[in-house]
Design a protein around this ligand. Structure first.
Ligand SMILES: [Zn+2]
Length: 336
């Protein structure tokens, strides 16, 4: 059956993607096409402190016990901390509330609802969690990783199969004291000279970033950016290019996530969020050699969107197959 060409992520009258705990191995080249956004309640009352669903687990550990407390701050989205301090889960919850004021932000947060069928770990602690967020320590990187679950001693289990992992964002807490800051990253070596990182987390956001030398980036834009990484990981785009050379991986991933070059006009990308928030567009991701000075709000006309496969460069042939042969469920489709 020939299906009409619809904006990515929109599927007409199809049953929702079956939600399984750990989904089967996905063939290389397939992206997950899922159901139309289900009407989900993402309200969480945090007024009286941490009123999220709270889960806890302690493992024996090799030297000392490992403890994890998971707060479910939105359906499918867990914030994990090692103790009873709720400042980080509350900060993430507040940031999500602000992201949800932007239409594309609200839409992306709903993508992680467990009913929509993204992968999640099998453990009870992470039941229905399709995206985990944990606090970053000083000089750590702010980044999106992935995990399979936990080992018997509580250590992270990366799993054997990259298609079975769940995304995990490492994000800074907001410094509470005025003037306090947290340095991100270890800096770089130029010849034998170590240049310390200039990227800092302040109470207002992130400063000193190469791509935004004069600005403080709000936590919302930065967290939305990481959510895009998590989304592309979940739909199978990011694991797709693990096979590609290292330089290609980062650049393609950031084209998708930032909405630069081939990624202009994508539905889920930082620049779409910036267009809808009336913020200046991001024009580069210098550490990945990516620069696009001509990107403009007109690249997001808002009706149809660029397809992620076009950014991956694996392109039309697969899209044509999806549109002409597919059941609409890319997860089950097999592409060469
Ligand atoms: Zn990124």
């Amino acid at each position: 059956m020939v299906q009409p060409k619809l904006p990515f992520g929109v599927v007409a009258a199809r049953p929702p993607h079956p939600a399984t705990v750990v989904q089967p191995k996905r063939p290389l080249g397939a992206l997950v096409q899922r159901s139309q956004a289900v009407d989900v309640d993402v309200e969480v009352d945090s007024e009286k402190g941490a009123k999220f669903e709270r889960r806890e687990q302690v493992w024996e550990g090799k030297r000392k016990p490992v403890r994890a407390v998971v707060h479910v701050v939105a359906p499918g989205i867990g914030v994990e901390v090692p103790n009873d301090d709720v400042s980080f889960p509350l900060f993430i919850h507040d940031t999500l509330e602000r992201i949800r004021k932007v239409p594309i932000g609200d839409q992306l947060i709903r993508e992680f609802h467990p009913k929509r069928g993204f992968r999640r770990p099998a453990e009870k602690l992470y039941e229905n969690i399709t995206l985990l967020i944990e606090p970053m320590a000083d000089t750590q990187l702010l980044e999106t990783k992935s995990f399979y679950g936990r080992k018997l001693d509580g250590n992270w289990d990366p799993g054997k199969d990259r298609w079975a992992r769940t995304p995990k964002i490492v994000f800074p807490n907001r410094p509470t004291d005025k003037g306090a800051s947290l340095t991100i990253g270890k800096g770089k070596m130029i010849g034998f000279k170590a240049i310390p990182s200039s990227v800092k987390v302040t109470p207002d956001g992130i400063t000193g970033h190469d791509d935004f030398p004069k600005e403080t980036c709000g936590f919302e834009e930065v967290l939305f950016h990481e959510f895009c990484h998590a989304y592309y990981f979940q739909i199978g785009a990011s694991p797709e290019y693990y096979e590609m050379p290292y330089q290609v991986v980062g650049m393609r991933e950031e084209m998708l996530v930032c909405g630069l070059s081939a990624g202009r006009g994508l539905e889920y990308c930082e620049n779409h969020y910036r267009v809808q928030s009336d913020l200046p567009l991001r024009t580069s991701y210098k550490s990945q050699g990516l620069e696009d000075k001509d990107v403009s709000p007109e690249d997001w006309p808002g009706k149809t969107f660029v397809h992620p496969l076009t950014v991956l460069g694996i392109l039309e042939i697969k899209e044509a197959k999806i549109l002409t042969e597919g059941t609409g469920n890319w997860d089950e489709a097999i592409y060469p």
